[in-house]
Design a binder for this molecule. Structure first.
Ligand code: PHE
Length: 454
């Protein structure tokens, strides 16, 4: 695709929804609750919110600037904006990060499909918490079923990617996002009303700072980057399809608010329900798959039809939210291969899909038969999650902030943020200050703290 015929998102709303579609996904509903559970609850959430505002929003705007200005995917964007400099490696790192995340993310996305089927077959009825725990562990340790769903999910993503940007991404996001939001809200209300739910609400809202360790900071920062799809050029690749009227600051704010709201609501679904049925909040990656079926059972116990509909609808929407994220992850390496090496989009997508399936198979087996093989004490799945979410994304975000704050021409930056002076952007001086100083120093301090530097 030549730069001057680059496809654009059809409308400003389309741009917001596509970016929100990338941001909202398993990161909010699956990863946020289990990270919150592992890191002790409310104090983690406060630090997470701090990371969203101090790092997330400014870095999101800077990624938008990089993408829209260069009109190139992240792998090429740095070469366009800073030709013949080592900055291109930041772009390459983003491509690799996206590829690796997709490898294990697609495994969990596949699990959602298994649960669509379980819900549709009415298999949640008459079961208790212990049965759901057994159900999940039987499934995740089965050598074949998770792989089957992994294939289905990755191939679906492939199909949308090959169909192209506007139709595939924009249209699907427009329909699914609002429905997901309403259902999550409804379920949160139901969950909070379960017997014994109060303890869960307290876990979520009443901070206990004695539980804050260096790990909590690293976890919260990683989660902020992961959830907002930042640090790997995913949103900058989407921004390369933004029109010249898209308001970068307002779009970042909308995406940030939607993403955070859905994460908090997911927490409000999971924790009250987990405490209500006696499931430990630090159950890890299986948390939502063992907790949620209880919510449908208990909250709608008297109305089996409603329980059935809500359960099926929820997993279908979760799978769709995961799909809008896997599409955005797949797009980064695909667009890179297409632009860098001149492959057709179809060929680029095929190469990525085959590679992702390879990483996915290893990640999936790491939770079953291959759990004995470890890297630094973690199985391959957890190691990949740690490496990408807690190290590569924050590093990518930090370099992106330094690039836009220090290297990019100041006039050009101002033009992008204000749409060539047509918008007022009173936050601009603060934004530049945060990018130049707070982001790099803050992120570096969190890394040093984790390494035991303080
Ligand atoms: N933000 C997505 C989610 O919350 C995951 C993701 C991470 C997507 C990084 C793109 C890039 O599910």
């Amino acid at each position: 695709m030549q730069q001057n015929e680059r496809i654009n998102f059809g409308s400003k709303l389309g741009a917001i929804l596509a970016a929100a579609g990338s941001a909202v996904g398993l990161g909010n509903v699956w990863r946020f609750p289990y990270e919150t559970g592992n890191h002790g609850g409310a104090a983690f959430i406060l630090i997470y919110l701090g990371c969203i505002f101090l790092f997330g929003l400014p870095i999101m705007i800077s990624e938008f600037v990089i993408g829209r200005r260069s009109k190139a995917s992240t792998g090429k964007a740095y070469q366009v904006l800073a030709p013949r400099t080592p900055w291109k490696w930041v772009g390459y790192m983003g491509v690799l990060t996206g590829f690796l995340i997709l490898g294990y993310y697609a495994v969990v996305a596949g699990w959602t499909l298994e649960y669509v089927v379980q819900a549709a077959m009415g298999n949640f009825f008459g079961k208790e918490a212990a049965d759901f725990i057994a159900m999940f562990s039987d499934f995740s340790q089965d050598p074949l079923r998770p792989l089957l769903w992994l294939f289905v999910f990755v191939l679906t993503t492939h199909f949308v990617i090959v169909k192209g940007v506007k139709e595939g991404i924009e249209r699907s996001s427009k329909v699914m996002m609002p429905i997901l939001f309403v259902l999550v809200l409804l379920l949160a209300v139901c969950s909070v009303m379960l017997p014994g739910a109060g303890e869960g609400v307290e876990f979520l809202l009443k901070p206990d700072f004695s539980k804050v360790t260096s790990d909590v900071f690293l976890g919260a920062m990683g989660q902020a980057f992961f959830s907002m799809s930042l640090g790997m050029g995913c949103l900058s690749t989407y921004a390369s399809y933004f029109g010249k009227d898209t308001r970068l600051g307002a779009t970042a704010m909308s995406v940030g608010v939607i993403d955070t709201l859905i994460a908090i609501l997911a927490g409000l679904i999971i924790f009250p329900a987990a405490f209500s049925v006696g499931i430990q909040p630090d159950a890890g990656p299986s948390l939502i798959f063992i907790t949620l079926p209880n919510v449908f059972q208990q909250a709608f116990g008297g109305w089996p039809v409603l329980a059935y509909i809500c359960a099926v609808a929820f997993y279908v929407l979760l799978a769709m939210a995961a799909l809008t994220s896997t599409i955005s992850l797949h797009e980064v390496p695909t667009a890179f291969l297409h632009e860098q090496f001149g492959f057709t989009r179809g060929k680029a997508a095929r190469i990525v899909t085959v590679g992702v399936l390879g990483v996915g198979i290893v990640s999936s087996l790491a939770l079953g038969d291959w759990s004995g093989y470890t890297v630094c004490g973690k199985n391959f799945f957890d190691a990949l999650d740690f490496l990408t979410a807690k190290i590569m994304l924050p590093l990518g975000g930090m370099f992106g902030a330094v690039f836009v704050g220090w290297k990019l021409d100041r006039r050009l930056l101002h033009d992008e943020v204000t749409n060539c002076g047509r918008l007022r952007a009173p936050y601009y001086p603060l934004f530049v200050l945060i990018l130049r100083y707070l982001c790099p120093v803050g992120i570096a301090l969190i890394f040093i703290n984790e390494l035991g530097g303080f």
